[in-house]
Design a protein around this ligand. Structure first.
Ligand code: TXA
Ligand code: MG
Length: 304
């Protein structure tokens, strides 16, 4: 495996190359966030539409890139480093390629020692979407990244401990708006800010339906045991995804989805987590993993 050290990764980033890096949420496909050519390569390798903006990862200097206000500073003090991304008006130092032409920029300071080491050594902010091809399941280990991008230099920081992406909060308008539920519970943000609208005024491009999708169909059911039994009896290769421990599901969700698809599972049947805290992020990812995939057709007697 083309594994590299944090120091090698920093050198590669500074010379315009892409590198897979671990964060506490998922692995990122990292590029020098101030280098338009490197950013364009990120879009090309992911197969991501050019108008889907990227997150700029910083050590601790968001005000160089984003126009901060009191709300933003309060959240930074409370939750950074950590899985909270803030969308704010951008400064002129941010290349338009990074923001997909938007006048806002998304900034986050990751809480993973390896990501921080890479940022410290590279001395540039890092643009990093999740290191998966567009629409696919996000990676939470170095091996997942290599499965998506064979030959990509990757820094192995072990399995990600949060396991779902950062919470994306839009602070570019007067009312804070949740664009993507994630690693920081929206309830914790509301303790600081008061009410947070659930849908952004500017819809977040990465949050369209049918995302995070494995090749298997994903069915979210009120009674997953009964649904799994019914589909099994109809002849499908079924796997049950256990949602009883929310933090555990979040941490392993993407690895489980990948393992099931590698095993040739046709239908993954899941329950729901409580719709609060991290459970909201898990339910969101499960719903999107299921969107747009239908079950393979089975005839009456259960044969394909
Ligand atoms: O946890 C994470 O956030 C991971 C790790 C690698 O840091 N990154 C990640 O990046 O999930 P990505 O590109 O897969 O998702 C970024 C999300 C997308 O939904 C995107 O639309 C939104 O952030 N976003 C980025 N910039 C934005 C902007 N200026 N306005 C609105 N949404 C923005
Ligand atoms: Mg992604």
């Amino acid at each position: 495996m083309p594994l590299v050290s944090a120091r090698e990764a920093a050198v590669l980033l500074r010379s315009g190359e892409l590198v897979g890096i671990p964060t506490e949420t998922v692995y990122g496909l990292a590029a020098n966030g101030l280098d338009p050519a490197a950013i364009r390569q990120v879009y090309a390798r992911k197969g991501r539409p050019a108008d889907h903006p990227l997150i700029l990862h910083v050590l601790d200097d968001p005000d160089e890139y984003a126009i901060m206000d009191d709300r933003a500073w309060a959240l930074v003090a409370a939750f950074w480093p950590g899985p909270l991304t803030l969308v704010l008006p951008r400064r002129a130092s941010v290349p338009p390629e990074l923001t997909g032409g938007h006048r806002t920029v998304a900034v986050r300071s990751p809480d993973h020692p390896v990501a921080r080491e890479v940022l410290r050594l590279a001395r540039v902010p890092v643009a990093a979407p999740s290191a998966n091809r567009f629409g696919r399941v996000s990676p939470t280990t170095a091996a997942h990244v290599l499965a998506e991008f064979p030959g990509l230099p990757v820094v192995d920081g072990g399995p990600c401990h949060v396991g779902v992406e950062s919470t994306v909060l839009d602070l570019s308008g007067p009312e804070p708006a949740l664009l993507r539920p994630g690693g920081i519970p929206v309830e914790a943000l509301e303790d600081q800010l008061g009410p947070v609208a659930r849908v952004g005024a500017t819809p977040s491009p990465g949050t369209h339906e049918s995302h995070y999708a494995p090749r298997a169909a994903v069915v979210v059911a009120d009674d997953p045991e009964a649904e799994a039994a019914r589909l099994g009896a109809a002849g499908y290769r079924v796997a049950r995804l256990d949602t009883s421990d929310t933090a555990e599901v979040a941490r392993h969700l993407y690895a489980w989805l990948r393992a099931f698809e590698d095993d040739g599972v046709e239908v993954i049947v899941a329950g729901r987590c409580p719709d609060s805290g991290l459970g909201r992020a898990v339910n969101d990812r499960l719903r999107r993993a299921g969107a747009g995939r239908s079950l393979p057709i089975r005839s009456e007697n259960g044969t394909p």
